[in-house]
Write a protein that binds this ligand. Sequence first.
Ligand code: KG4
Ligand code: ZN
Length: 354
Amino acid sequence: RRDLLMLGIETSCDDTAAAVVRGDGEILSQVIASQSDLLVKWGGVAPKMAEEAHALAIDKVVQKALDDANVSEGDLSAVAVTVGPGLSLCLRVGVHKARKIAKVFGLPIVGVHHMEAHALVSRLVKKDLDYPFLALLISGGHNLLVLAQNLGEYVQLGTTIDDAIGEAYDKSARWLGLDIRKGGGPALEELALEGDPKSINFRVPMRQHKDCNFSYAGLKTQVRLATESRNMCTDDIPISSATEEDRQLRANIAASFQRVAVLHLEDRCQRAVEWALKMEPSIKNFVVSGGVASNQYVRARLNHIAEKNGLQLVSPPPSLCTDNGVMIAWTGIEHFVAGRFEDPPPADEPDDMQ
Ligand code: KG4
Ligand code: ZN
């Protein structure tokens, strides 16, 4: 597998990312262009703007990934690209680029599911991570508990019935007036360190539902009400101009939110571990991945759940938890090795965006 070279391209949301990974898991390059300025300006991901930003960045990002890895297109074994889920306008930019390279150089293409990639990158990080394993995938758009039985064989144990936890972090960070250029999640995590997590009694969602699903819309509303009732209307007053008392209040809201948001994860994960062990008693690992998994508090609390149940927590380093090209390349490798790929596009395929 050392001879295998995979280019991975990811454009499903607001980051344009590419990476070259070797078949044995060696990361040869990793490039990300983020649209954080656009995020601040538009208050979220505006699909048309994001598409334009991807289109502007894609050639440079891919070229840099190849250059940094010291390879040219002709050295590649195949090209892996995210085909979903995500914003279709954005996905198209990556898919188009991948097809173009594949056509010119006669390379196979591996279409990759973004959430599968979040889960499987854990097998790059921990080489002896075997199936079956339990995975919690937490990002801006998804909140999934999955039992991975084999490559391509997943049993969904739970999902969100409304928002994902990352969305709750992002909105709360805005309402708290935080500087979200580096992302709402990291900003809120930082502020929460200054707050008292028990100062505000937010309700833990769905305690009466004895399943593994999630709900974050209600908690989001509770945060909104907390900021409003304190007459903060904080997104107008950035935290940098807040009084000391106001800052403490915001930190208390952040810490209390984080505690309850993660308590909800803990509840559902404990139940999912029990379900998963009943279905597959040989499970040894609990994978936690996706952007929110780069949060230290989240990792610590879920590590506790894993240990309590005799499992090992496997959580990729933060740079591989948030969206990246490595996870796409690696998942491409897993499928490619298993014989799951598409032939190169025909040389006479028109080059325009379909
Ligand atoms: O996986 P990801 O990069 O993109 C999606 O597939 O959505 O996840 C992005 C999400 C955002 O909501 C971001 O605020 C959140 O992950 N996130 C965090 C942290 N870092 C990123 N949430 C909490 N704490 C963090 N440190
Ligand atoms: Zn993601």
